[in-house]
Ligand binder design. Sequence first.
Ligand code: ADP
Ligand code: MG
Length: 499
Amino acid sequence: MSDMIKTGIIKGATGDWEMVMGLEVHAQVTSNAKLFSGSSTEFGSEPNSNVSLVDAAMPGMLPVINGECVRQAVRTGLALGAQINKYSVFDRKNYFYQDLPQGYQISQFKQPVVGEGIIRLDMEDGSVRDIGVERIHLEQDAGKSLHDQDPHYTFVDLNRSGVALMEIVSKPDLRTPEEAGNYVKKLRSILRYIGSCDGNMEEGSMRADVNVSVRRKGEPFGTRCELKNMNSVRFIIQAICYEAQRQVDILEAGGTIDQETRLFDANKGETRSMRSKEEAHDYRYFPDPDLLPLEFDDAFIEKCRESLPELPDEKKDRLMNELGLSAYNASVIVADKENADYYDALLAALVKGTGKSQKELAQQASNWMTSDLFGALNKASKNISHSPVSPEAGAELLGLVVDGTISGRIAKDVFEEMFESGKGAAAIVEEKGLKQVSDTGAIEAIVDDIITNNPGQVEQYRSGKDKLFGFFVGQTMKATQGKANPAVVNEILRKKLDG
Ligand code: ADP
Ligand code: MG
């Protein structure tokens, strides 16, 4: 299975099959009010407390477009390098369901607000894959049916009814489960950088419909099945593997794939049929007569563009090309907005504290962050936004290494203590007397002792066993409890042993 995740190839009895995936991601637009009404979008409110007459579809109510949601959709399009359509139309998508009081969803069909764009994936092996985005359209969310509150009745909560969603539709460019997972992570990261969606998959602010088909390499696309409402990257990967294998089994047995909507059961690790897939014409789409088309001028689009922050791809390039970070460190740091913000704050505080340039400090700061800090956070199952060591506290610690007050070795112990106790680095160093000894006289005295006490090793070293130099360094460090400045130790040992 892990092979299949990376290769997207299924080894069937009759030969190899290739997977093809396309994702439709529903991302809730960050906005205080709904798409066509002033009701609150707050998560976790009392059921049916955020429902206006518009959201409940009372007769005669009229939708009014929320400009902020439109602005966020345009910013998202720009962040994906996509075509912004200056003229777009809202349509009614008609269907009946108890949690859809209007009897139709207001969506965009033929003329969406955003056209084609691209999402760049950084693969684990360092390669890059560009995945096409077909379109982004704005639409309303439906309410929620609660089937588990009563043995006889289904309840309906309309709090989500009318909340603005962006549907971001990819081209069928994804070829492996790993790519599909990376696509979702990268998209979520971009949405968080620009603040158009909080990307919170557990709360349902971002969910994906995953379309899966299989084919022989080089043949036309096969019939797809759609796995509905997936809300975790891990499940997406599992579900694709299961579903692709299921399709191969059917095809190899001489069967055909029915185009249908399926649900992934995370407990069983299986997908099962939910309903046969509707065709667009079943929905009787038509332009909503209550809403004017959206029309933008260049100035509006430019303003949206100016409001974008540095995006993950740009940031990664800058960290590598201008600050000299390794590709690995750069991609770990930019992968999440929280990481990137932490790093920026760490580096800024370190520059301020030491008076050195960003370039001189960048790699050291990124090494500490990606190994020491992330290691400790992982071990404690903590998110960086809940790190007990703030960027400023981290900079204080690194500053002590940079100015030679403590050695890199001691810094690791000090960091452990900071992480545990929340105390500052300088205070810990002071309290425990961990200051690095750079005093030449003190170190010379210790080295003299060691030379006197180890005549055999000195003899061997002097007759050519160079490797023993490390032994003397180790002895000196031990005698000073690791506090001797390694550069000074080296220099004195060279002088005394070689000189
Ligand atoms: P619908 O709303 O009917 O699902 P969309 O056009 O909105 O149709 O979305 C179709 C999605 O399915 C897109 O993400 C597209 O990339 C993907 N897709 C289309 N054909 C295939 C295929 N043969 N195999 C896998 N994915 C596909
Ligand atoms: Mg679909």
